[in-house]
Design a protein around this ligand. Structure first.
Ligand code: TRP
Length: 367
């Protein structure tokens, strides 16, 4: 019998049409229920509007926070290229949690991971992309003194933790969790120990406490393996918040690297305009007449989805856009114009902050 919806989700490969309910069952994670969802009321649209759909022990993290205990947030970045909008997702959420709860945020940069995994990425390029990506992350407005960035190739102290973790992980567990292949270099098989060391880093450095890791769901195997060994160190099992994949402008499953359907943080207003007009998948009808009478489909429309996830925080405005688009009053071209304006306003500010960040990097590096 032929399976209708085959899909694959591993940290290094995402393909097919992802069935998130099935992932929740297969990964053994929990849906975000009403109680947690309520806590997201004042947080970033990514949390408020359902992009983050499942978790592990986030209720425990919240309870610890509410009882005044130390809590932290940790999320990382594998730097293999300059950053695009989709890459911002976990960092926007980390920042939102920091703003709301005043907690420390730890940000490991896994240049070693990308060096191992990307055949053509040189050591020097990996270092360059780390530097470059760190600026984009700082530009989001994280608080100095409460935000700690470290880069595997530079902050080599991480190795002592990676080694302690590595000793507790078997090759066959890593192979099963990550789908390691015989032809992969052995850097791939060691790397899971490194990422587990990242995830436990706040506890190694500051003592036992709850850490939450906001990540895309493909990163969950790292969380699971880390939770399996955290007892050994007398630590709390790290919590997680899982995001769905952000569609590319074409509407593809994941905003994957390269290709035209991607808005980079360094894009000019003209480039943004061209990309949105040319590539943003439309949920509108083919002719003006048909659109006016039958209306568009916001759930299929990538421009609407980007407004919902990132660029229109105002619920009332979003609701009106949705209603007008569905009724046919708002045209795809108008919706796109609005999104272009919003993205360009965001990028203009981001690019200024990124320039400023060049002078502030030292304040954020973990020492
Ligand atoms: N592996 C992640 C990626 O490719 C980046 C990363 C490194 C990370 N260390 C981490 C994510 C720790 C979460 C927690 O995007």
């Amino acid at each position: 019998m032929k399976k209708v919806s085959e899909f694959k989700v591993t940290p290094w490969e995402v393909s097919g049409k992802v069935d998130y309910d099935k992932l929740v069952r297969e990964f053994g994670v929990s849906q975000i229920g009403e109680k947690i969802q309520k806590k997201f009321d004042k947080l970033h649209p990514l949390l408020r509007r359902g992009v983050y759909f499942s978790h592990r022990d986030f209720d425990k993290w919240l309870a610890a926070q509410e009882s005044g205990k130390r809590v932290s947030v940790l999320t990382g970045r594998g730097p293999s290229e300059k950053m695009h909008l989709g890459h911002l997702v976990p960092f926007l959420v980390a920042k939102s949690l920091q703003d709301e709860f005043g907690c420390d945020v730890f940000i490991p940069i896994s240049d070693d991971e990308k060096f191992f995994v990307k055949p053509n990425l040189t050591y020097e390029q990996a270092l360059e992309y780390s530097k470059d990506n760190i600026l984009d992350i700082i530009a989001l407005g994280f608080k100095p003194g409460k935000t700690f960035i470290f880069q595997d190739f530079v902050y080599t102290n991480i190795y002592k933790y990676a080694a302690q973790v590595a000793k507790r992980m078997t090759y066959s567990t890593a192979k099963a969790a990550f789908g390691l292949k015989p032809e992969n270099n052995i850097g791939w098989s060691f790397y899971p120990a490194m990422q587990a060391a990242h995830i436990l880093f706040p506890q190694f450095e500051k003592g036992k406490h709850m850490t939450v890791v906001p990540v895309a769901i493909d990163q969950d195997p790292f969380i699971r393996l880390t939770r399996d060994i955290s007892d050994y160190f007398g630590f709390e099992k790290p919590a997680a918040l899982h995001a769905k994949f952000i569609p590319s402008l074409h509407g593809g499953a994941k905003m994957s690297s390269s290709g035209e359907g991607i808005v980079f943080l360094s894009d000019t207003p003209k480039e943004v305009e061209k990309k949105i007009k040319k590539y943003a998948f439309s949920g509108g009808k083919d002719t003006l007449e048909e659109h006016r009478t039958k209306g568009g489909e916001p759930e299929k429309d990538v421009s609407f989805q980007y407004l919902k996830m990132f660029f229109e925080p105002d619920d009332k405005k979003l609701e009106k856009i949705e209603k007008d688009y569905r009724s046919g009053k708002l045209l795809t071209s108008e919706l796109k114009e609005y999104l272009i304006e919003k993205i360009n306003a965001f990028l203009k500010e981001h690019q200024v902050k990124r320039e400023k960040a060049k002078k502030e990097v030292e304040k954020f590096l973990y020492k």
